[in-house]
Design a protein around this ligand. Structure first.
Ligand SMILES: CC(C)(COP(=O)(O)OP(=O)(O)OC[C@H]1O[C@@H](n2cnc3c(N)ncnc32)[C@H](O)[C@@H]1OP(=O)(O)O)[C@@H](O)C(=O)NCCC(=O)NCCS
Length: 186
């Protein structure tokens, strides 16, 4: 059975446990799984507020920067979050790890947010999500675009490592627009 683009396996660290038998110790018996399941599912109605709180809890500065750039209030952003584009939950072995928020405008996919809970970071999940979006939308879009605050070194490093380039700098707000061109059509 094939996997949909939003579903994949990634290699996990094999877990070992020392197992003690009557006269000897056997090392290195694998007791965990070799792979982890990564999966994205559209946000359920009851998850929107939860995801919104993620941003507050996991990275309070992140949303404030975005709101300054968009010149909107908290309530307006909450409304946009529910009504514009699509929000997807990211699951790591069935556990909610974070979410992303995208919007397709003509031939460009806008990534409005990608947020992982702290304990799920630095495992390659952000990279996997961005690669998955490229694969999923390659046929229907020409580029992926996003905004990032210049102080977000982690985000910038992630996007750069995947080939995103800064195409616009909003100087007074310290915001960068980064883009990855997927085709030569534009
Ligand atoms: C940004 C974010 C989505 C990255 O996701 P992630 O799954 O942790 O990233 P990955 O494990 O795929 O890492 C990919 C690359 O990003 C960079 N990176 C990730 N975490 C980093 C860290 N703590 N320090 C430095 N670079 C880091 C590295 O270049 C890394 O490649 P490497 O592991 O080969 O060095 C995650 O840190 C997050 O949710 N941050 C808070 C919200 C946010 O800032 N979102 C982006 C706003 S535009």
């Amino acid at each position: 059975m094939g996997l949909s683009p939003e579903r994949s396996f990634i290699a996990g660290a094999m877990m070992f446990q020392n197992m003690v038998f009557s006269n000897h110790t056997q090392f290195g018996k694998p007791v965990g799984r070799w792979v982890m399941m990564l999966e994205c599912k559209p946000a359920r109605e009851d998850q929107y507020d939860k995801f919104f709180r993620f941003i507050e809890n996991e990275d309070p500065g992140y949303i404030e920067n975005a709101m300054r750039v968009m010149k909107i209030t908290w309530e307006e952003l909450r409304y946009l979050f529910r009504t514009v584009g699509e929000v997807w939950g990211i699951y790591f072995d069935d556990e909610l790890a974070g979410f992303y928020w995208i919007e397709k405008r003509q031939n460009v996919l806008h990534l409005h947010a990608l947020v992982l809970k702290k304990e799920f970071r630095r495992k390659g999940i952000g990279t996997w999500v961005l690669n998955m979006l490229e694969d999923k939308y390659r046929e229907s879009i020409d580029a992926i675009e996003l905004g990032v605050h210049k102080s977000n070194e982690v985000g910038i490093s992630l996007y750069r490592s995947l080939g995103y380039r800064t195409v616009k700098v909003i100087e007074d707000l310290g915001f960068w627009i980064m883009k990855k061109q997927l085709t030569n059509r534009v």
